[in-house]
Write a new protein. Structure first.
Length: 449
């Protein structure tokens, strides 16, 4: 099967240029710049006139809820939403039921994904206080790394013992595996919650969420993670950074330079919302760590361009809407964002916060570089044909009907986008095309390092 994408502006590796792309079976066969004459015959032609042709998005931080929590979402439904949003690969988190903290649980997830995932997939292995010795049993070519909850977590996934933390960092370093951390100081959060309950009752108002799960709680934990990474020579990736203070833990890194030992992820939630939005959106924007101040949001946006933010991950976390009712104590934390991350980031391009070339680095190139993804994340001859075609000046509005996640709600309900995802190709297969979806599509397990 040969597909020719014609007439678009290709964005790749710091350049934007007019070119056609030819895919053959699952790979990119040719990139034909406008100075060259295309030759050959094709099974299908995709007209990208007026559009930008980007590498498929690699979302390195999602919660798809399977197994065990499938009333909220599952691998099939959420990977479908990913395809609608131009996301062709994802790394899923270990806090499912059962948790992905044993090799057996990890293998079970891969089996589910082979059967159900519409796009490419892999899964983080979760650390606990006592399972670091199991890391050596893992196939390091099949997983992105180790997920470490250093902040309040469910079950036994909070790693808070000093010796256990050091062993996780040391063992991961020995194996060449990155550690992705959720950084919040649980003891401080618990104290803050206790004080808030004394004053406001059992379920403090949602506006207090960024004061309970405070900036100091994030900074304390991120500082500890940075220290442990430096002591043990571990590649550290701090997930969903939410404060200006945390950004000061590392220095700006020119986007074109080699990735440093310590990197940071930002999420669309923390880049678009601020504490002022709790008034209108309430617990719909409740997430951990909390959405914080306008000043924090401004600092995060600045860090997109100066290199301190390395990747955009959605922390996609669907809940049933009933779970999102209540305040700081009772409402569930998390929101479904995988379908909307690319058009949201393209809005920041329109606002001159970053360039479209930098967006591609953050959402495609850097996740591939950071985690050692083989053959994906770039538009290069021989790479897997994971491609998304987007069109500017094509307004559309988020409605319940457009939402593909199983939970069928979004804090962006009613939001009017100006960029439209037109087509998504995954492994050379046109799985999303102008509102039509190929339900038979299945992704592939991602290979690393």
């Amino acid at each position: 099967m040969k597909i020719r994408i014609v007439g678009g502006t290709v964005v790749n590796e710091g350049r934007s240029f007019k070119a056609d792309i030819v895919t053959e079976n699952d790979r990119i066969a040719e990139i034909i710049e406008d100075t060259k004459t295309p030759r050959g015959s094709y099974n299908q032609e995709v007209d990208a006139t007026g559009c930008f042709v980007l590498p498929g998005v690699i979302d390195e931080h999602v919660h798809f809820r399977e197994p065990g929590l499938t009333r909220k979402g599952d691998i099939g439904s959420e990977s479908r939403a990913a395809a609608y949003g131009g996301v062709t690969s994802y790394f899923e988190m270990p806090n499912t039921v059962p948790q992905t903290t044993t090799p057996e649980a990890l293998a079970s997830k891969f089996t589910l994904a082979r059967e159900k995932s519409h796009v490419n997939y892999s899964f983080f292995f979760g650390a606990t206080n006592d399972n670091a010795p199991l890391f050596k049993q893992l196939d390091c070519h099949s997983i992105p790394g180790i997920k470490l909850f250093m902040g309040a977590s469910t079950g036994n996934m909070l790693v808070d013992k000093t010796d256990s933390l050091a062993l996780v960092f040391r063992t991961a370093a020995d194996l060449g595996l990155p550690v992705m951390t959720h950084c919040e100081d649980t003891a401080l959060i618990n104290r803050n919650m206790s004080e808030a309950k004394k004053r406001y009752g059992d379920d403090p108002p949602i506006a207090l969420h960024p004061l309970i799960r405070s900036a100091q709680a994030c900074f304390n934990s991120s500082s500890l993670a940075v220290r442990l990474a430096r002591e043990n020579g571990t590649r550290l990736h701090i997930a969903h950074v939410s404060t200006a203070a945390e950004l000061e833990l590392i220095t700006a890194n020119a986007p074109a330079e080699a990735l440093p030992q310590i990197t940071m992820e930002a999420t669309p939630a923390h880049l678009f919302f601020s504490d002022a939005d709790y008034h209108d959106l309430g617990a719909r924007i409740k997430c951990n760590p909390a959405v914080k101040t306008d000043a924090d949001r401004a600092a995060l946006r600045k860090a997109l361009a100066d290199g301190r933010i390395t990747c955009i991950g959605t922390d996609h976390a669907p809940h049933e809407l009933a779970d999102k009712q209540g305040g700081c104590a009772k409402a569930a934390s998390g929101m479904p964002m995988v379908q909307f991350s690319l058009p949201l980031m393209l809005e920041l391009v329109d606002r001159k916060v970053l360039t479209i070339e930098r967006l591609v680095e953050l959402m495609s190139h850097n996740p591939a570089r950071l985690f050692g993804v083989n053959g994906r994340g770039y538009l290069r001859k021989g790479c897997k044909a994971d491609i998304v075609i987007v069109k500017p000046h094509s307004p559309w509005t988020v409605t319940e009907r457009t939402i593909q996640s199983k939970c069928k709600w979004s804090p962006l309900l009613g939001h009017r986008f100006s960029w439209q995802i037109r087509q998504t190709l995954c492994n050379g297969r046109l799985i999303y095309n102008l509102g039509q979806f190929d339900e038979s599509s299945r992704g592939e397990a991602i290979n690393f390092r």
